[in-house]
Design a protein around this ligand. Structure first.
Ligand code: NAD
Ligand code: UDP
Ligand code: UDP
Length: 327
């Protein structure tokens, strides 16, 4: 028998969800890990399945869910541009209908629910770094809108359920996070550069590489999510979580080249539309409210991520996705 809580993690087989599920099990909780494997595979949680406190359930959050749990982390949603733009209407449905269903579940059970929101709610920001008070600069009809606006609408729903039903909600805005178990084909910059470098292929920089991102290592991020869930009922967020150390994409490429010793060379490709120019979290609130700040330096986190992808490649164990059209 377990003394922990029963925790639902939607999107639990994904990159962040698998790390979160692992940490929750380590803390003695029961985990109901729910996923439709749209942008992940069972591979990410295979090592947790022998734990009797872990349950893996195939389910799509756009359909109602009737289970009994003590708290909910809502992470279900493809997060990389390649994946969320593959079926954009489904992406919006996942964010919006998924939020409604998970909020309905939390309301019936009267339990805490945490939403994994995103720095994309700030769009291509005119304010730098981005504090939570900034309302953002988002194109409502562009290629990224299904994700950005879907996530913005999910935040609206969370705060309306709070106002209408006094629900214990928590919203975190996650900035670019990387680490082991990112999907090697999800097109995000860290996984792309590392896989390309390890295969001695060209390192593809989109645009001139002067755009910036601030990269947070997954262990730091998960710690912040756990702390947020444990805050008192009056703490709702939104709270930015991410690493404020900002790098240009070109700098990132150069560090990956140095750390891997690749023979691959930098190759410039066109910049996708609406690609934000710069992004850096203001984490003053996270420091104050959660007593949290990231500890992992980019080079250290990249070294661990490189070791993960190196092992995948050497074992020829690249995970496949549920949809063969996504590779
Ligand atoms: P991911 O793609 O690895 O994980 C998302 C998971 O959700 C996948 O396992 C996917 O199969 C699942 N999923 C998608 N649609 C679903 C549906 N309809 N029903 C059930 N499951 C579904 O991405 P991630 O990086 O782990 O992101 C997790 C969450 O964190 C997402 O909500 C994402 O928007 C948010 N986030 C991540 C980052 C980041 O840098 N990693 C940044 C900002 C926000
Ligand atoms: N819902 C769910 N599980 C539950 C309770 C509700 O999936 O245990 C879904 C339900 O399908 C509903 C949605 O959550 O469409 C919103 O529920 P809510 O009670 O807020 O609204 P209503 O049912 O009145 O539309
Ligand atoms: N990017 C790049 N090469 C790649 C993949 C991405 O230069 O192979 C760029 C991309 O255009 C963006 C940045 O890296 O400016 C971060 O992209 P990612 O998809 O990881 O995240 P997001 O744009 O959602 O922050």
């Amino acid at each position: 028998m377990s003394n922990g809580r029963r925790v639902l993690v939607t999107g639990g087989a994904g990159f962040l969800g698998s790390h979160l599920s692992e940490r929750l099990l380590d803390r003695g909780h029961d985990v109901l890990c729910l996923d439709n494997f749209f942008s992940s595979s069972r591979h990410n949680v295979a090592h947790l399945l022998t734990n009797p406190r872990m349950e893996l359930m195939r389910h799509d959050v756009t359909f109602p869910l009737f289970v009994e749990v003590d708290e909910i982390f809502n992470l279900a949603c493809p997060a990389s541009p390649v994946h969320y733009q593959f079926d954009p209407t489904q992406t919006t449905k996942t964010s919006v209908i998924g939020a409604i269903n998970m909020l309905g579940l939390a309301k019936r059970l009267r339990v805490k629910i945490l939403q994994a929101s995103t720095s994309e709610v700030y769009g291509d920001p005119n304010v730098h770094p981005q504090p939570e008070e900034y309302w953002g600069n988002v194109n409502p009809i562009g290629m990224r809108s299904c994700y950005d606006e879907g996530k913005r609408c999910a935040e609206t729903l969370f705060f309306d359920y709070r106002r209408q039903h006094n629900m214990p909600i928590k919203v975190v805005r996650i900035f670019n996070t990387y680490g082991p178990r990112m999907h090697p084909h999800d097109g995000r910059v860290v996984s792309n550069f590392i896989v390309q470098a390890l295969k001695d292929e060209n390192i593809t920089i989109y645009g001139d590489g002067s755009q910036t991102r601030s990269f947070c290592y997954v262990d730091d991020l998960v710690e912040a999510m756990l702390r947020m869930m444990d805050t008192p009922g009056d703490v709702t967020g939104p709270i930015n979580i991410g690493n404020p150390n900002e790098f240009t994409i070109r700098e990132l490429a150069e560090i990956v080249i140095e750390l891997t010793g690749t023979k691959g060379e930098i190759h410039f490709e066109p910049l996708p539309s609406d690609d934000p120019r710069q992004r850096q979290p203001d984490i003053a609130k996270a420091k104050e409210v959660l007593g949290w700040e990231p500890k992992t330096q980019l080079r250290d986190g990249l070294a661990k991520t490189i070791a993960y992808f190196d092992k995948l490649l050497s074992e020829n164990a690249m995970p496949t996705l549920a949809s063969s059209r996504l590779r």
